[in-house]
Design a protein around this ligand. Structure first.
Ligand SMILES: *[C@@H]1O[C@H](CO)[C@@H](O)[C@H](O)[C@H]1NC(C)=O
Ligand SMILES: *[C@@H]1O[C@H](CO)[C@@H](O)[C@H](O)[C@H]1NC(C)=O
Ligand SMILES: *[C@@H]1O[C@H](CO)[C@@H](O)[C@H](O)[C@H]1NC(C)=O
Length: 418
């Protein structure tokens, strides 16, 4: 393989890289880290399997990765290559998507079932390869088959390369904050009923932060997320909205959040007393603990439900549209019909954010701009799961360009068969 003859040295220790994580890493997955000129190769093992979880006073089996909910955080550095052995020990077909990883010239590991691969059948295994290139900051991984992503998801954290720094004051502590939804009912049943009736799916019973409902929900007080912080420090909160169907507002009482990155790219800093985050989006935010010692609430609130989801007929809320295989510049938004003569004059071609998920406003439009330099079949879809189930999806087929460097790499030998 390509790395063998260019190998500088080999380490089979993760402690050098991620000391805080080390003990955790060994219990969850075996790490093999091979350093090639400041890029690393990492090998992980993820087992998709059922495990019993108790929330809101009742227990059910949920699909997890390695028995964890939310699933394990994957940590790497810019430019690393990660091999992930995905084992399906559950009873459903499954596939895993690495949300925001562009996978240059290698669509084979992107994940959506029946788009870029057949699902991994129960008892099956697929070795997926994540090729990190420009990504930096927080991304995430999730199942991309039926509604299993409700519980099969986790964060991907990408640090600067060895010797590189953040373009902001280094935070003292970093914390992944994964927002989700919990149904007391089996999620597959919710999904199947929703498909059968053709109506709107049953609302979730709770919004979760790192897998836990807030303290005001029944039977949740003792387990709800409590984040001990020290006064006068800087915390990097790495947000993932892993909720299925709801756009969320998040805020911390009496504190501001400064957004520094979105979707695995740095952005112009923006300080607010709350953030709005849609399913599929990730955000890196700094929190300065500059208030008096005390207890402060963190709160996530549904935005789309507040405008009455049961009345949603697909035109009443913003659509977070996600593109696989690319990041793009979001250069313009507007309401009403797109006017090809007037609207482009208002594009932001100066400092647009680089994203992989863009809001398309209610009864409106958005313009994205990207260079079609990644050959493959790439899914484009609304990240509100009920809209995806209804068919709000299409693909970009990007053909090979001129020369071998613009060609897709060959597929791996163990692609799951149909
Ligand atoms: C949503 O709106 C409909 C129609 O106005 C109403 O019947 C229903 O009760 C509302 N649902 C909620 C949860 O507010
Ligand atoms: C969807 O909602 C809009 C706005 O309330 C309404 O004008 C339209 O008739 C609805 N469409 C359907 C198919 O219900
Ligand atoms: C699981 O995947 C296989 C291969 O694509 C397919 O033949 C089978 O119908 C799928 N099963 C379900 C329950 O979707």
């Amino acid at each position: 393989m390509w790395f063998c003859n260019r190998m500088i040295f080999l380490q089979i220790l993760c402690c050098l890289l991620f000391d805080a994580l080390c003990s955790q890493a060994f219990s969850h997955y075996s790490f093999v880290i091979i350093n090639v000129m400041h890029s690393y190769m990492i090998l992980l093992h993820l087992q998709v399997k059922e495990a019993p979880y108790t929330r809101l006073c009742s227990t059910k089996n949920i699909l997890t990765v390695n028995g964890e909910f939310p699933g394990p955080t994957i940590r790497a550095r810019k430019g690393d290559t990660i091999y992930v052995n995905v084992y399906n020990k559950g009873k459903y077909n499954i596939s895993i998507h690495w949300h925001g990883v562009k996978q240059p010239r290698y669509p084979w590991s992107d994940g959506p079932s029946y788009i870029t691969q057949c699902p991994i059948k129960p008892g099956g295994k697929f070795k997926q390869k994540l090729i990190l290139s420009m990504e930096l900051g927080t991304l995430w991984w999730h199942a991309h088959s039926d509604w299993s992503r409700a519980t099969v998801h986790g964060a991907i954290i990408i640090y600067p390369k060895d010797g590189d720094t953040y373009p902001f004051h280094k935070p003292d502590v970093e914390v992944p904050i994964i927002l989700g939804e919990w149904w007391k009912k089996d999620v597959m049943k919710v999904y199947n009923e929703f498909l059968k009736t053709g109506g709107t799916p049953k609302d979730s019973d709770a919004i979760t932060i790192n897998g836990q409902p807030g303290d005001l929900y029944p039977c949740s007080l003792s387990e709800t997320l409590k984040l001990p912080v020290e006064q006068g420090k800087t915390y990097l909160l790495r947000f993932v909205n892993a909720a299925m169907n709801i756009i969320l507002f998040f805020s911390i009482a009496k504190h501001d959040l400064t957004v520094l990155g979105m979707d695995g790219s740095y952005t112009k800093p923006l300080t607010r007393d709350y953030i709005a985050i849609s399913p599929g989006q990730t955000m890196d935010c700094l929190l300065h603990t500059n208030q008096n010692p005390g207890h402060y609430y963190m709160a996530a609130r549904a935005y789309s439900r507040a405008v009455n989801v049961s009345f949603d007929n697909t035109t009443r809320i913003d659509h977070p549209i996600h593109l696989h295989g690319y990041s793009f510049y979001a250069v313009g938004y507007g309401s009403g019909n797109f006017d090809i003569d007037k609207d482009p004059l208002k594009y932001n071609l100066f400092d647009p954010p680089m994203l992989n998920t863009v809001y398309v406003p209610i009864i409106g439009w958005a313009t994205i701009r990207f260079r079609a330099n990644n050959p493959g079949v790439w899914f484009l879809h609304c990240h509100l799961e009920r809209h995806l189930s209804w068919g709000m999806e299409t693909v970009f087929i990007v053909k090979n360009g001129k020369g071998p460097e613009a060609h897709m790499l060959p597929p791996p030998p163990d692609m799951p068969p149909c």
